[in-house]
Every structure is written in structure tokens, then in C-alpha cells.
Design a protein around this ligand. Structure first.
Ligand SMILES: Nc1ncnc2c1ncn2[C@@H]1O[C@H](COP(=O)(O)OP(=O)(O)OP(=O)(O)O)[C@@H](O)[C@H]1O
Ligand SMILES: [Mg+2]
Length: 343
């Protein structure tokens, strides 16, 4: 058995193959701290809410954090920010450990292979993803897994472009980041991230309209569509403006990176967009239109959105893990049979 894991700024998801089905387990990558009280203790002990108590505080993690934050009038906090472990959050590591443990469960065999997603280094922020990657790796190792990092953009290629020889441009529009990977026959020829995604859209739209960020996020996730109908002055109008701006920014950076990295220019590749931020109706049409208008130095055979934008990174990590597992098994078997064959 092998497992895939998407470690995202907003969502942590695992994926496993069970028979013909891929099973996903998801939790929000968030938590809330409340004061310990008899009432809290009673509520929690009678439920299956994920929590730990430390001294006179109780931490509720994952999907239930938001409900408890509302009941106890507290803010939710996040272990990650802009794609990597947050340096401002002192409880980041124990909280992400708890969420990850719940999502991946126990290894089903000793040293079970687990591929986990990591973002590429951002080109617009002076931060490195190395500390994040090594910390997650060590948490997974201590749970009994054999962890392997996989680039988030490459995971998109594995999950969405098997029918195109793993060749194309995969883009994951997440909460904290946008990850881009251009792959040619399963070899990444260009990968980078930018430190903007859904959170950036929410914050900018909130600032512009004087609306609380949580309200903006729920308007966006509820029934917002990129249908070019303008809602001048409203939250939806602001969301459209910042969506448009994010897409242009991503495209300008693709062009810049292709130039800098000397990517072969006579390519003709499909583009796949995914991630929660790619969810609104009209997203892929808008992206295709903006790509069309830009001077991209290679040709694009089409723009498609992943069938399930929230699951494709976890799915791609699983594809990579299973393929590595099979490769290792074949290698072991040929190692076992070689001495006999030579006799
Ligand atoms: N229906 C929707 N419409 C618009 N945005 C959505 C929708 N559903 C989720 N989102 C947004 O998608 C983002 C979460 O997506 P995703 O789970 O892919 O990110 P992540 O993997 O956790 O983050 P990252 O990859 O940046 O670390 C959030 O900004 C969320 O508000
Ligand atoms: Mg992601």
C-alpha cells in the first residue's frame, strides 16, 4: 500500500487506493484555542471532535475549529501561511501534526511509502520551502511512514495529464499560493510558485470594500461566478477584479520564467488548472481568454479544469507513490532472481 498527501494552507487531504476506488480523507488546516472549562470538557468528551488539552487550554483542530470559534467567539488560527509552515504561529507544528495524523491514519505496512506535496520556492517572496518540507517529512517519519516530497505542480501533472504522456502545464490555484509546473514526458522543465492565491484575493477584496475577510471568503465560496457581470462597488465586483489580476500575474510570471529558463519554444501543450481557487464557474474560460491575449512563447492546445479541483494534488501524490512502489517492488524482484538466473 502507498499513500498520497496534499499539505495545503487551507486543506490537508490524504488519498489511498481501496480496490477500484480512491478514498480521500480531508481536514481543514486550522485550529482554535479555547479556555478549558467544565462546559467545554463536557461538550468535547461526548463528541468525536478532534482536540487536545494543554494546561488550561483546549485546542480544537480541523473542520470543527470554525464551529467552536463561532460558539466561543474566538478566531481560528492556521499552522500554515502562504504555502508553508507559519513562522508567526507558535503552535504550528503540534497542530499540523495532529491534523496530519488524523488524515493519514496508521501506516498499513511498516515504512509505508507516502508522497506528500510541497510547493516550489516562490519567485516573488524571499522565503525557502526547505524548512517546511523537512519538518513535514520528519513528522511523517515519526508516524512510521517512509515520506517522499513531490512538487505540488508535478502532482497536478500526475493526476490530470496521464492521457497526454504527462506533458503539459499544470497549475494549482490554492489558498496561500499558486504552483506552476511545465512537464515534458513526466520531466519537470520549469516549476515555480507565487505567494498569491485565494487568501490574497480575499484580503484584497476585503480591504477594498471594507468587508470582514471571513464574509468575503463565504461570498466567494458560495455562489460567486466569473461571468463578467459587474457588481460595481460590491464584494463580487472586487472579487472579479482580484481574480483577473491574479490570473494576469500568473501568466506574466509563466512568460518570464519560460524566457529565463530557456524552455524550448516550439512546444504545443495542454493546460490544466486546479485547486480550490479554480472552482468558480467561468474560471477556465477567463484563464483561457487571458492566455490568448498574452504573448505566451509556446502554443497551447487547450485549457481544462480538473474534474475535482480540491482532490487533484492528493490524487497526483498517490499516483506518484504507487508508481514508485511498483518500481521498487520490480527492482527487488529482479534483484532476488538475478543470482539464480546467473547460476
Ligand atoms: N467554491 C469555491 N469558489 C471559490 N473559491 C473556493 C471555493 N472553494 C474553495 N475555494 C478557495 O480555495 C482555496 C483552498 O483551495 P485548496 O484547498 O486547493 O488550497 P490549499 O491546497 O489548502 O492551499 P495551498 O496550495 O495554497 O497551500 C481557498 O482560498 C478557498 O477559499
Ligand atoms: Mg494546494
Amino acid at each position: 500500500m502507498a499513500q498520497g498527501l496534499d499539505v495545503g494552507t487551507m486543506n490537508i487531504l490524504s488519498s489511498r487506493q481501496e480496490g477500484d476506488e480512491t478514498v480521500f480523507v480531508q481536514q481543514r488546516n486550522s485550529f482554535v484555542e479555547i479556555d478549558y472549562s467544565d462546559m467545554a470538557d463536557q461538550m468535547l468528551s461526548r463528541s468525536d471532535v478532534l482536540h487536545i488539552r494543554k494546561d488550561d487550554k483546549v485546542y480544537i483542530v480541523g473542520d470543527d475549529a470554525l464551529n467552536f470559534a463561532n460558539i466561543f467567539n474566538e478566531e481560528t488560527r492556521r499552522p500554515m501561511q502562504a504555502g508553508i509552515l507559519s513562522s508567526d504561529e507558535k503552535s504550528a507544528i503540534p497542530m499540523i501534526k495532529l491534523i496530519t495524523e488524523q488524515v493519514v491514519g496508521q501506516p498499513q505496512s511498516p515504512e509505508e511509502l507516502l508522497f506528500f506535496s510541497v510547493p516550489a520556492d516562490p519567485i516573488d517572496e524571499d522565503v525557502s520551502t526547505l524548512y517546511h518540507q523537512k519538518t513535514i517529512e520528519s513528522l511523517l517519519g515519526s508516524m512510521g511512514y517512509q515520506p517522499e516530497p513531490i512538487n505540488e505542480g508535478m502532482a497536478v501533472i500526475y493526476s490530470e495529464l496521464a492521457d497526454h504522456n504527462f506533458t503539459g502545464l499544470g497549475i494549482s490555484f490554492g489558498a496561500g499560493m499558486t504552483n506552476v509546473c511545465l512537464s515534458y514526458y513526466a520531466v519537470p522543465v520549469m516549476k515555480f510558485s507565487i505567494a498569491r492565491g485565494g487568501d490574497w484575493i480575499d484580503e484584497k477584496s476585503a480591504q477594498a470594500t471594507g468587508t470582514p475577510v471571513d464574509k468575503v471568503t463565504s461570498v466567494k465560496e458560495d455562489d460567486f461566478a466569473l461571468d463578467f457581470e459587474t457588481d460595481v462597488g460590491g464584494v463580487e465586483g472586487a472579487l472579479s477584479i482580484y481574480y483577473d489580476n491574479l490570473l494576469d500575474y500568473v501568466i506574466q510570471n509563466v512568460i518570464k520564467e519560460v524566457d529565463d529558463e530557456d524552455v524550448e519554444e516550439d512546444l504545443d501543450v495542454p493546460v490544466v488548472v486546479t485547486g480550490g481557487t479554480a472552482s468558480p464557474d467561468g474560471f477556465e474560460e477567463l484563464f483561457a481568454e487571458r492566455l490568448n491575449e498574452a504573448n505566451v512563447p509556446f502554443s497551447i492546445s487547450g485549457v481544462r479544469r480538473a474534474e475535482n479541483p480540491m482532490y487533484s494534488v492528493a490524487q497526483g501524490a498517490l499516483v506518484a507513490a504507487r508508481s514508485e512502489e511498483q518500481r521498487a517492488m520490480a527492482e527487488r524482484q529482479s534483484g532476488e532472481t538475478t543470482p539464480e538466473a546467473s547460476e
